[in-house]
Design a protein around this ligand. Structure first.
Ligand SMILES: [Zn+2]
Length: 237
């Protein structure tokens, strides 16, 4: 299954693959892929309940601020990076290509659903997709969100750079870098598997007002949780 996914990944250029993960399902438009979305055994998102604690490599964040470049494609708001920002995970350098928003969050923790998730998409040296998930629950307002919310692009506007505004991807991550790890899939057709998901254990918080502002720009775009089918979720010690 991983071999097939990686061959699919090679056929599709980086931008289009990244786009596929970000968009909401368009099931009727992708009948050829419906079988994997419906019958795949390693699909995302999931509810993380039981885990296996393992000495996983520490997540080293080497993100750098970049000029803000973003788009609202009608399904999500996506902020693109091409400035060498990366995660170091053991021997793997995972290059950040973009982050985007999901309302609600998709992945759950012990049954808890989250109103918002951010997916930071990375490309591994072997070509595999490695999303890092930041989950958000209601609470104190987020300063990082406040900086972006006033100018959030509307659906249909062309992708644009915002002059004089930089975005620091590290500002969105929680201080604690413990994570869960599981083998999953793209969350939209063709639902290709072989995607290595990392989910940060510590959720961030945003205010109800900030969530309302996001909802004005982004319609619900999360896929329902999928069966584990025997998969084991690993967790850092
Ligand atoms: Zn996503």
């Amino acid at each position: 299954m991983a071999g097939m996914a990686s061959s699919l990944n090679r056929r599709r250029a980086g931008v289009s693959l990244v786009w596929l993960l970000a968009v909401a399902p368009v099931w009727a438009a992708a009948p050829a892929h419906a079988s994997l979305c419906e019958r795949g055994r390693q699909q995302s998102p999931i509810d993380i309940v039981a885990t296996s604690r393992q000495p996983l490599p520490a997540l080293q964040v080497a993100y750098r601020p970049a000029p803000l470049r973003w788009v609202n494609d009608g399904h999500t708001v996506r902020v693109r990076f091409s400035n060498g920002s990366h995660l170091q995970l053991g021997a793997d350098r995972l290059t950040l290509t973009q982050f985007h928003f999901h309302l609600p969050g998709g992945d759950r923790l012990r049954g808890e659903a989250f109103p918002l998730a951010m997916h930071f998409l990375h490309r591994a040296p072997d070509g595999r997709l490695v999303p890092l998930v930041v989950l958000w629950r209601l609470g104190a307002p987020s300063a990082a969100l406040d900086a972006l919310l006033p100018d959030l692009p509307a659906a249909g506007e062309p992708e644009r750079s915002v002059s004089g505004v930089t975005v620091d991807p590290a500002a969105w991550l929680p201080a604690a870098r413990g994570y869960y790890r599981y083998d999953g899939s793209e969350t939209a057709p063709p639902c290709s598997e072989g995607v290595r998901w990392l989910v940060l254990k510590q959720p961030q918080t945003l205010s109800a007002g900030q969530l309302d502002q996001l909802r004005q720009r982004i319609a619900p775009n999360a896929r329902a949780v999928q069966p584990l089918n025997g998969r084991v979720v690993q967790e850092t010690l």
